[in-house]
Design a protein around this ligand. Sequence first.
Ligand SMILES: *[C@@H]1O[C@H](CO)[C@@H](O)[C@H](O)[C@H]1NC(C)=O
Ligand SMILES: *[C@@H]1O[C@H](CO)[C@@H](O)[C@H](O)[C@H]1NC(C)=O
Length: 319
Amino acid sequence: MLICALATLVLPLLGSGLVAPVGGEAGGGRKTLAVMEVVEGAEGEGEGEGEEAGDGGDSLLAFPDDSPAYELDQPYFDYEESANVTALLGKTALLNCRVKNIGNQTVSWVRHRDIHLLTVGRFTYTSDERFSARHTAGSQDWMLLIHYLQKRDEGIYECQISTTPPASHFIHLSVVEPETEIVGGPDVYINTGSRLALTCSVKYSPEPPAFIFWYHNEKLVSYDRTRAGVVVSTERGVVSTSRLLVQVADTRHSGTYTCSPANSKPKSVNVHVIAGDQPAAIVHENHGSVGLPSHSLLFICLFCIMFSFSIISSTPVSP
Ligand SMILES: *[C@@H]1O[C@H](CO)[C@@H](O)[C@H](O)[C@H]1NC(C)=O
Ligand SMILES: *[C@@H]1O[C@H](CO)[C@@H](O)[C@H](O)[C@H]1NC(C)=O
């Protein structure tokens, strides 16, 4: 009775309780707006400063009628041939800077993070031997090579022409590493008798992996002939995939499955093969929340109400 009364009280409260967090979020949103306004103000000030620096750069591109003839010969960047770069971890990145009308100016590469001068013309100026300048005489391309790429190499690199003031072009370098993914992880639930299909994909690998191995509870699956019914098929390409298939799964197939490509980090999933008629959906529901599902509360409550009515009606009325 008491439980029922409490439930009747709590249920509408829950409804209103749902509104409360939404209101709170809206408040948070307003705060964010306020911060944005401040940032915008700061940007406004920054723009003013930026304009001065921009003026120097503009003089390179603008050709006023009264400008001396040599201004037309000022060097300028070919932006299309000096694009952002995405390169693979551990490999070599090639950053190109194409400069037209170079004249007697020089082109330098500067790492923006710490304003570190890397190259000047065809010479490398850093002690880090992973960096090198590359330029062919007569070519418009001034290249920066970074070998054995590391994650910390990611960022902005500045190609600078030695004019007064210097002209700069910024190139962003992204360093990506191979990624291994198993669809549906980290937990997979299936019933006994149904099909277990796991798909592992490998992307951003420098070349398709020479092999992709599967492990079940740390035992190699792929070449284990005793594991009847387990089939592994691999497709190699820009994105390589490997599929592990068990046509009729039983509880022995439960456990940790690890996909281990030759040139990428391994990835694991936990497979739970549920015995009997237990529907997988219920297992999912209980997995997420501790306690009874909301609809069973409703049934208890209904039962409660019916029970209390029966007590009331069966209470003998004293004459
Ligand atoms: C570069 O060339 C300009 C004319 O094109 C000349 O005035 C200047 O002295 C030259 N500078 C050097 C360092 O040779
Ligand atoms: C280069 O990358 C930077 C940083 O991600 C980005 O802001 C810029 O728009 C990119 N430039 C081009 C031409 O894609």
